[in-house]
Design a binder for this molecule. Sequence first.
Ligand SMILES: NC(=O)C1=CN([C@@H]2O[C@H](COP(=O)(O)OP(=O)(O)OC[C@H]3O[C@@H](n4cnc5c(N)ncnc54)[C@H](OP(=O)(O)O)[C@@H]3O)[C@@H](O)[C@H]2O)C=CC1
Ligand SMILES: O=C(CO)COP(=O)(O)O
Length: 312
Amino acid sequence: MGAGAFGTALAVALARDGRDVTLWARDLADMATTRRSHRLPDVLIPEGVTITSHLPDAGEADTVLLAVPAQTLRDVLIAYEDVLRSRTLVACCKGIDLTTLTGPAATIARTLPQATGAILTGPSFAADIARGLPTALTLACGSARTGLALQETLSTGTLRVYRTTDTIGAELGGALKNVIAIACGVAIGAGLGDSARAALMTRGFAEMQRLAAALGADPQTLAGLSGLGDLALTCTSELSRNYRFGLALGAGASIDTTLTVEGAATSRAVTRLGHERGIDLPICAVVAALTDRDISVETALQTLLSRPLKEE
Ligand SMILES: NC(=O)C1=CN([C@@H]2O[C@H](COP(=O)(O)OP(=O)(O)OC[C@H]3O[C@@H](n4cnc5c(N)ncnc54)[C@H](OP(=O)(O)O)[C@@H]3O)[C@@H](O)[C@H]2O)C=CC1
Ligand SMILES: O=C(CO)COP(=O)(O)O
């Protein structure tokens, strides 16, 4: 569900590997006839993918991948509850819901408790997956048995899926790396240099681990693909929309508001979560203030540099 860049890329990769895939979009436009998505223009969607805007066309499919932005996941679950509640639902989004302050796996568990929930996350650009380039992802599911089955279902010759039962760690790794990627983009866009970026990645990772530990995640999960792996990708590549958003903010350039930039809303959600739990998240707080245009880049820099000196 969700025929954006990521949903389309996963559908293409799975169908190429022989899976029976239905790709649902709320608005098909001319996708079914052209078999192309404007978000992945170079990719022809294989005939093995059924493209539809009528969800019952998914028939008895027992696994549903939810590739919609994190801030819309809850609405989608509620709107299609009748079709979704008895299936295995795999969230393929990265973010923290601003209203409930929950990640995608927890949002599924809260909204449709009868469904089996999981999350697929980790370093992977949709364009790379669609081209069949080698990619490794994390599949987290509270049920070890379902996780094992999903790992088999979602792995292909080039898409290598690792599994864990730590859904909190996996969803936090994916959500938080986007916030730090915005910070890194700002640093590079403002001309602060690669050393500043390395500092933000490392101290940002410390914030990710701090919050994850406080919320009950296994710190090892954050050192894996969903966490360190995705941080490395997203903080260094201009293919990332979060990083590009930061670059524009830092350079004072215009922002493309049509793009999905999950880290913006998530920086606000995470800052609220930090306040509620008494956890120090200075980089996330600065990103939230920058994206809200509450502070300038100069103030953001001074805020971080003037903090008391401490042990690492
Ligand atoms: N792109 C990437 O490389 C990767 C993305 N992800 C994650 O995947 C998630 C989706 O991102 P991505 O596919 O890139 O985003 P896109 O902006 O490319 O696509 C978003 C899709 O969600 C649909 N959508 C938005 N709101 C709703 C709604 N209320 N109901 C139903 N459908 C809706 C859009 O439909 P419409 O076109 O009608 O607006 C569109 O099909 C994000 O959380 C992202 O972090 C994860 C890994 C890689
Ligand atoms: O999550 C991603 C790569 O793992 C995609 O990053 P962006 O959402 O920043 O484009």
